[in-house]
Write a protein that binds this ligand. Sequence first.
Ligand SMILES: Cc1cc2nc3c(=O)[nH]c(=O)nc-3n(C[C@H](O)[C@H](O)[C@H](O)COP(=O)(O)OP(=O)(O)OC[C@H]3O[C@@H](n4cnc5c(N)ncnc54)[C@H](O)[C@@H]3O)c2cc1C
Length: 583
Amino acid sequence: MEILDYDVVILGSGIAGFSAAVHASHASEGKARVAVISKLHAMRSHSVAAEGGLSGVLHPKKGRDTLDSHAYDTVKGSDFLADQDAVEELVKHAPEEIKFFEHLGVPWHREDNGDVSARAFGGMSTPRTVFAEDKTGFFMMRALYDEITSLKNVDIFHEHFATKLMLHKNRFLGIYTIDLGDGSARVFSGKSCIIATGGFSRIFSFTTTSHSCTGDGIALAYEAGLPLKDMEFTQFHPTAMVPSGILITEAARGEGGYLKDKRGDRFMSNYAKSVMELAPRDIVSRAIVTEIARGNGILHKESGLEYVNLDLRHLGEQTLDERLPMIKEIAMKMLNINPSEEQIPVRPAAHFTMGGIHTDIDGQVQRADGKGGVDGLWAAGEAGCVSVHGANRLGSNSLSQCAVWGRKTGYAAAKHARRTKAGKEEYGRMFEKQVERERGRLAALMGREDGVDPYALRDGMYEVTGRYLYVYRNMRGMRAAKKALSRLKAMLPRMVVRDKSQIYNTNLRDTLEINNLIRLADIVAACAMRRKESRGAHAVREHPKRDDANWLKHTLIYNSIFGQRVTYSPVKITKWTPVERHY
Ligand SMILES: Cc1cc2nc3c(=O)[nH]c(=O)nc-3n(C[C@H](O)[C@H](O)[C@H](O)COP(=O)(O)OP(=O)(O)OC[C@H]3O[C@@H](n4cnc5c(N)ncnc54)[C@H](O)[C@@H]3O)c2cc1C
């Protein structure tokens, strides 16, 4: 087994992880040794799929836009659960990030006068989403990858699957990984670590996200005893293509697309009269599900899914070609539909997880006992919950979050590494002990000849999450979900990996991911069934209203010696008193 020692270990190579790596390198003037670990080839990270753009107030005068306006839209969109100090930090630094990516070579779309263009997005009171066609994530990733490969102090470990986060006495020790290429173990020790492993929307079967969005880093943090925050809030994107679930970006509505029911009516007038299709995603998703339940959907015969139509025909060929070329290509390739002539069938799909590893405003991972941060550990991007999205994220705010907290955590991790001496002997002993324990656990998993089929457990999870934890929830359903998921969780230690080979063992990888997914789904149910109100993406039939008196608070869940523990922490309010949302 190889043990590698780095100053900064970054788990994840999406926009958050890559940004962190670039800034850790810059902050140390190329001196800190940085490792980026990715279970995929880095350029296959989910971030390459980001489509519509990145938010930020770039032209305050022209758009009569302000940082406060971006912040208020975000806070209101979050249904007032976002921490307002963190939101202010997001909007303050997002414009710098747009310029930074411009310098790295992202080809932002421009107006004829040379200004970077901005498009409208749901819940944003003015157009402030910059974009590179409808392939924004791909262009940002490519720019970061080019930059990183030119940095001599950053090493990328592609296709290394992390199975354990090692801590001792609230201090980061290292990460245990399997090199998927040959099945060998490779362990990383480091002074600082940033977890940037993305979200976990794959707990649902109908999702816009990549197969890799299995929340591994979040599950590893939980297993290490760290608290997770606001796990009940999953965002359902209103316009996932039927039947595949492939995303049709919100930019399609930002450019003027309509949602229509089977009679051809623009039903959003009944739900958000002033902004119509550009209401926040939670509202639009509920509207679609409500219309379908009223019999105004259309049945997709092969899949049995009901849908509404996204009508882009009036936008014209030129707008589609210039501003939404990938959407056109996807519709044509997947459904043989030319969106300038026909409507696209859509319905809500799991898209983004607002919850994640509990961090403070600097992205530092917090301890379960509430006594501050874990020494040398940060989380960034969708894996972390710094709480800028609260109960419902606004579209295009995630890429800004990845960039802003990628930079912040990269700087902080490099600084921490510089002033940290090598570990005491005690830490070395603990490191070896934990490595041995993890090696034993994985050997036992691979050695098991008989047991439970992981894929059957995954199908069981899909059945439960799709039925009970979708756009609308009810108390009985959430309790049933918790019971069923706890049962599935209890079977995890008996999972069997049939394929015993060492070289790129996808059966082993899937089993490890399923282990994480089912644990996270169980946590989602545990948090959801306790929150007796409707807020943002968490809509409960018996409690249809938001209840600030009792529930204006974050949910925290952690793994104690007594099992799952749930506590709550206050929401930070700086300027904006919660009011009822109207659009
Ligand atoms: C289709 C789609 C389009 C979107 N478009 C937009 C948009 O236009 N604007 C916007 O703001 N947001 C958008 N989002 C959301 C946004 O794309 C994500 O929130 C963001 O890209 C997450 O980036 P990340 O760096 O946190 O994680 P990811 O990009 O998900 O990267 C996670 C990384 O962690 C690694 N990893 C995970 N587990 C392990 C493990 N066990 N061991 C080792 N490595 C591991 C992976 O290999 C990967 O490198 C979109 C989401 C979807 C689904």
